[in-house]
Design a protein around this ligand. Structure first.
Ligand code: ATP
Ligand code: MG
Length: 331
């Protein structure tokens, strides 16, 4: 059985992009993989997090994952900082990765923008920690959204350089598993930007805890263009917002984009947005209400994470100890 590592930052409430691009695939991977699901709080503090919010969001994320169908007993679910192997291996990888490699990472460029000098060193070396997350377990498969492909390539570069520098065959190849549909859900305010927890506008995303009225309002306010929907997929070229909404509907309704346009081509956005709201609410509402129920029991959530951390630590410890021995640390 292949071992999977997946991480999500407890930086906010999980949104529809996280769900369609990541969480729902995690749920299906459980059937035939050994899965390690991680709330990556070390990654989260690469940008400022209010400590109280970080604690709250870690529980919120946990609740959404459980409500979405993650199995904390058959698989492992924990928060990253609770297993020291991540930080130890990341430091070693900081010394393996080259500055030139990190300079090419588009996520850093996107997040830091023009104000590069004022960002944390942690944000810059984030991909090295991500490589450590995966390799601390020798996981071979990493389900990610399209935005993370480049980081997986970097992780493979680090693995190869480590093997080469130390003359070992210790780390194998990691495979990015990008789901075929809805790999990238775009912002409701700007069809050229991905939906993101860190977007300042709450209107830009649909949270997995939104109630029906909030979903309806956000979809009504979603940016569109004045043209009616096209009758075939080619008609979506140059219309990023329309493409995003049609793509979302297709994934949620289990249809192809062309099938959606066969039904809705020629419609204005008014009726289409109503149909989209309906499929969104029917998917999100059960998850949102189960999340609320779980959040009322923080003791349970904390126990799930503690138990997961113990099991994750047991798995990572021998691997990272071996790396430390290879590097020459006196044990
Ligand atoms: P942040 O803005 O804080 O980076 P995020 O919205 O990008 O938050 P992450 O926690 O970084 O969320 O990512 C968790 C998972 O969700 C990753 O696998 C990532 O590829 C996926 N993901 C994030 N945003 C999207 C999106 N808009 N569409 C599809 N998948 C996404
Ligand atoms: Mg992200």
């Amino acid at each position: 059985m292949k071992r999977v590592f997946s991480g999500i930052q407890p930086t906010g409430i999980p949104h529809l992009g996280n769900y369609l691009g990541a969480i729902r695939n995690w749920v299906s991977l459980q059937a035939d993989h050994e899965c390690i699901f991680c709330l990556v709080d070390l990654h989260a503090i690469t940008v400022w997090q209010n400590p109280e919010d970080l604690r709250k969001q870690t529980r919120q994320q946990t609740a959404v994952l459980l409500a979405s169908g993650i199995d904390p007993v058959g698989q492992i679910l924990f928060n990253q900082s609770a297993v020291s192997a991540h930080a130890r291996l990341a430091w070693i990888f900081n010394c393996v990765a080259r500055l030139g490699w990190l300079n090419r990472m588009t996520q850093f460029k996107d997040k830091a923008g023009k104000d590069r000098e004022n960002h944390s060193a942690g944000l810059y070396v984030y991909p090295n920690l991500m490589a450590a997350d995966i390799m601390a377990y020798k996981a071979t498969r990493v389900p990610v959204g399209d935005d993370q492909r480049q980081h997986i390539e970097l992780a493979n570069d680090i693995a190869q350089k480590f093997n080469h520098d130390y003359g070992v065959e210790f780390f194998g190849t990691i495979e990015a598993f990008v789901p075929p549909e809805a790999a990238r859900v775009m912002s409701l305010r700007d069809g050229t930007k991905k939906m993101s927890k860190s977007d300042a506008s709450a209107q830009s995303r649909i949270d997995m805890t939104d109630d029906a009225d909030t979903i309806a309002l956000k979809v009504r306010r979603a940016k569109t263009d004045p043209e009616p929907l096209p009758v075939s997929a080619e008609g979506l070229d140059g219309r990023p917002e329309a493409r995003n909404l049609v793509g979302l509907y297709a994934v949620l309704a289990g249809l192809s984009v062309d099938q959606v346009l066969e039904r809705h081509g020629g419609d204005g956005f008014g009726p289409f947005k109503q149909a989209l709201t309906d499929v969104l609410v029917s998917r999100i509402d059960p998850i949102a209400s189960e999340t609320r129920r779980l959040l009322a029991d923080t003791a349970y959530l904390d126990t799930v994470l503690r138990d997961g951390a113990t099991r994750a630590g047991t798995m990572a410890e021998p691997i990272v100890s071996e790396v430390e021995k290879i590097v020459g640390f006196l044990k």
